[in-house]
Design a protein around this ligand. Sequence first.
Ligand SMILES: [Cu+2]
Length: 188
Amino acid sequence: MTYDPGHITGAMVAARIERRWTAISIGIIALLIVMAAYAGIHQAVMPQPRVETADPRTLHIAGEFIESNLGSAVEPDGSVTVRAVGQQYSFTPQCIVVPADTPITIRATSADVVHGFLIEHSNVNTMLVPGYISTIATRFATPSERVMPCHEFCGAGHEGMWGRIKVIDKATFMKLAADRRRMTCVAQ
Ligand SMILES: [Cu+2]
């Protein structure tokens, strides 16, 4: 076949389309590389605004995470703060009780190795790293009972490390909390 510049063949059309899609694919890859680099560099040069520490060796004898301070506490603004500790192979408290439809701040740490802290069907999913305090804000719309498994492998007994969380009616919670400093399922 002789070459005719005025004649557009199917092969030429296909080649043009292929070139266009190649350019689009390369563009998408380049955009993703730029986004990943930006996110990585940005995070590296902008450390977390607030890093809170807790010494795992003295956790049970002094400071915020002594046993009498664990559980749920009502704050002056009506929100609830939950303090918890993870250790091989349980959580303290093992069952957390919180009111429904209330802003909740969870503050937790580890007494030994890295543990996971996850509440099913919620935004709560973090790690408990010894030496550091993990803080996460959440809210549960309605009363329910949920499981709270450790989801970071933490040793031989890891698969047995499960906690529970009971979300109860707000009025009931506030009535029960009125004469208690800290709430857990046991005190309920
Ligand atoms: Cu664990």
